[in-house]
Ligand binder design. Sequence first.
Ligand code: ARG
Length: 485
Amino acid sequence: MPKGSKRKPVKAKSTVKNRSQWKNAAWEGRFTEAVDPDVAAFTSSFLFDRCLYPYDIEGSIAHTEGLVRAGLLTPAERKRLVEGLEEIRAEMSKETGLEAHQNRAPLDEDIHMHVERRLLEKVGEVGGKLHTGRSRNDQVALDLRLYLRTEIGQIVEQIVALQKNLVFQAEEHLETVVPGYTHLQRAQPISLAHTFLAYYEMMERDRTRLLDGLKRLNQMPLGAGALAGNSFSIDRSHVARLLDFPQVTANSLDTVCDRDFVAEFLSSASILMMHLSRWAEDWILWASTEFDFIDLPDRYCTGSSMMPQKKNPDLLELIRGKTGRVYGALLTLLTVLKGLPLSYNRDLQEDKEPLFNTVTTLRSGLRIMTSLTKEARFNDTNMKAATEEGSLLATDLADYLVEKGLPFRQAHRVSGKIVRKALDEGKPFEGWTLDAFKAFSPLFKQDLFDRLTLVGSIEKKGGIGGTSKKSIRIQIRKIKRKWNH
Ligand code: ARG
């Protein structure tokens, strides 16, 4: 403020309606005043981390057993704590998010403080023993791992359901011909089945990438304390077994500030969404009048409020659009993490909304694509007509000449000249006589016409990963064998 100014400092207006003093019993010993309600609202994560309650309670129950083993809690005390925790779990499972919002004024700082406060209300002083040897720093690390482990398991199942529909469609369309594109230019004939298996492969990499991340995530953090470990010789391995973790984390400092597993998940999620988005883009194009390859059921489309004739693939556009927010989540977290000194810092609380939002987006995207894959109908006639136009067999012409002994580069040139002439005369070479071909090379013989068909071209691609019916059947067999294992 400039010298001599009469203006008084402005106190920001609080957006918090309930101005009642907000005391936190968990740390009031050190404090001489209650936290400002605006600060409380700013720092609270309860309204978004309350969804962690099943994991928070599961972790707390396992912790009580660790405490009993370490002689810090009697079995009778443990029983009371567990009963209280179970009651809280039952209550919270019935409460909607809105009720949670309305019932918490002032807000609890986070899900951990909420459960602890409720426990104290229910079981009295003994509730105060639960937090022995534990900090919210290792507690939140545990909750997040438990949460993400469960979600990854479900996402992986969803991917498999989607893959099953892709394979179902591939089997339905082994003989449907469609132009294959590069540079969005018609390139070579392929079977429609081949496109489904292309998406299948992307999903398979996504599935295994998520499972790979799960290995690193699957370590038990509890016992790291606030940062240095705990002083009570709690048997971490035992707690890990209770919670079904194959390992405990190795370093307490790292444990309380490690969010690699979230970053890894968000990066796998980004790649998965990128795949869904590319696929959505294919089908958006295919649904256009220009292509008219696909019929999306009406119930998966929306209309225009102004143009009565419109049927829009908004659903696919939103798969593409929502990919942006998933990338945003990854960038948000990496940015939050990049400047953090060892070890826990409150910035880490900012991991949750991007993570939860990504899980929701991913899961609804997968669900929608699974139904759509099963129910989309394909316009075989239009696809075939498009494959017949645009000299898509030009490469087969060249391949034919190679089979007759011509080096590929020369064969390419001959085929290119044929295409040129066909374009100049407006007469596709597929309708030419043998003599017309012979004018370009004496190697052309009657058997050329067996090769110069869409099916002939497709069936030639018989190697591993090719588009022939035989190759695709082999791919499908391999996939099914994997499922049966
Ligand atoms: N709500 C916090 C978070 O999500 C929990 C840990 C808080 N720890 C602390 N020392 N303030 O990160």
